[in-house]
Design a protein around this ligand. Sequence first.
Ligand code: ADP
Length: 301
Amino acid sequence: MKNISRVKEIIVANKEKAGRVADLIIVNKALIIANKALIIANKEQGEFLVNISHELKTPLNVIFSTAQLFDMYCKSGSLDDKKESIIRYIESMKLNSYRLSKLINNIVDISKIEAGFFKLNLSNNNIVQVVEDIVMSVTTLTECNGLQIIFDTDIEEKIIACDTEKIERIVLNLMSNAIKFSDDGDEIFVDIKDKSEFIEISVKDNGIGIEDKNLSMIFDRFKQVDKSLSRNTEGTGVGLSLVKSIVELHGGSIYVESECGKGSKFTVRLPSKKVLHESILYNNEVKSQNQNIRVEFSDVY
Ligand code: ADP
């Protein structure tokens, strides 16, 4: 009898051991998967750093070589003769400074989001007015390329909680991409639709479009569609991931529809909610400062 109960005990103990081994195997598998994810994340971070330092160096080199050229003109006493070209060089220095600012702003914001320090200054604003003001302030810049920006809305007023500065970043970013991937003379449509529970802002272009296989990754941090396929060689692939994070911080969502060769449409949905305590009020005086537009559009103009 004693022997039988001993055998039973051993069987139970063995079952428990087998259970623990199975648990360990599962934990081990999870660790292997986590480790693989870490290796991939590290690789992507590494690639991003290489890419970003190249993007930082390019405008810096332009600014530095131009400064050296001015130095040479000063020393040789040819400043007056070179007046025409100096004016052009100053413009190029400004453009490259805007590019640097955009890059640095994006890197700082991405780091803040990752660290959880990125804050929204929410206030109740007429989102239609906010978006229209942004669109209107870029039209002068785009008209010189023959690009037409067509703004349409199905409502005149909708008060929602938003951070106007961040909404400007979102709209300018989507518009600068639309311009970047369109041809001169094309049309870009910015539409607002009231869907009662939320408000829809869309930016649509008739440009080069995005291949189906790339659609799922364009919102990923550090990801750029194969450069050989896109006409643009500038960029770090952080713009859309930043836009997505800012939209999500507002409690909204973003999605894209695109057809290769036909164009793309990015739609942002923001919840129709208000805040009780406003941090900052929308001030018409600070809307779409020219400086902000030049920074956000530095890849295209
Ligand atoms: P970047 O900061 O390099 O401009 P984004 O995150 O803004 O990167 O965009 C990621 C990629 O998505 C771009 O490199 C481009 O290939 C693609 N893309 C974004 N917007 C458009 C658009 N309107 N038309 C075609 N391709 C686009």
